[in-house]
Write a protein that binds this ligand. Sequence first.
Ligand code: KG4
Ligand code: ZN
Length: 338
Amino acid sequence: MGDFLVLGIETSCDETAAAVIKNGREILSNVISSQINLHQKYGGVVPEIASRKHVELIMPVINQAVEEAGIKINDLDIVGVTYGPGLVGALLVGLSAAKGLAYGLGKPLVGVHHIEGHIAANYLQFPELEPPFICLVASGGHSHIVYVQDYDKFEILGQTRDDAAGEAFDKVARAIGLGYPGGPQIDKVSKNGDINSINFPRVYFGDSLDFSFSGIKTAVLNYLNSLEQKGEEYSIENIAASFQKAVVDVLVNNTIKAAKNKNVKTITIAGGVAANSLLRENMSTTAEKSSINVFYPNPILCTDNAAMIGCAAYYEFKHGKRANLNLNAVPGLRLGER
Ligand code: KG4
Ligand code: ZN
């Protein structure tokens, strides 16, 4: 049997992305066209602008992915595409392109859940990684602790009750005058700050593994307001470092608790916030004390990309999942739902 080739397509937010994956785990190409600079002046993603840009970019990005993979479009075995959750107008662009291609090529179409894609990013980086494991998925839209029982079996053990972790990074960055997206900026300036200088709140809900990040954003704003009212100077580096430490503490503690509850010895992290240097470091050092292994992908596979979607589509296909051409975009799609 020859190689099995998947075309992955991702347009759920502000990245237009396409990738070709060989036999589930090998990246032949991974093209990501980020629109970040288009949205920067608005301080966040403007959905209508994102949709229009996806329309312009989707076919060039797909063609580039096929070309860089060194294959012909007819060599593809399946087309995998994110159909939720995300911005509906943005999702529809990738989905329509995927349907057109699948129909035109006479190849199966597979719908992928965006978070399932983030989880799969670790399979691309670590050939030896197999379920079961606990995955912390933290991005601009989600903060989930997921028990990955099998390639297509997920149990959500905890999630945010308000803002996502990445959203908190973005909002706090804006409050202290750093640009969008805020996560990478806070990560950077924190290196010159004191993590113990300000005691921002860490929210826990008893035995629940849920998160809440809206309170810490308010705490940062209150801290800024009170100093401004008193006419006192503040250190952006200290605020960033203390905020980052508070968020990372909660993410690490709940994830390790989840691994202990499920008695698994492997934790993976995924999503844009998984690129955070303190999260990577603290998750590893804390887990090590309980003999738990931690995996995290290269930053380029943490933020939105289509390689992870191609990988997830491969496993979905292997488990018998196929979509038909009626597949619609589902902005609020829940993990494990079809
Ligand atoms: O996964 P992603 O690209 O898109 C979503 O699905 O949301 O995640 C983007 C989020 C943004 O909120 C961004 O600020 C955050 O990930 N992020 C980071 C870092 N890099 C990206 N947060 C903290 N530290 C980072 N180094
Ligand atoms: Zn994402």
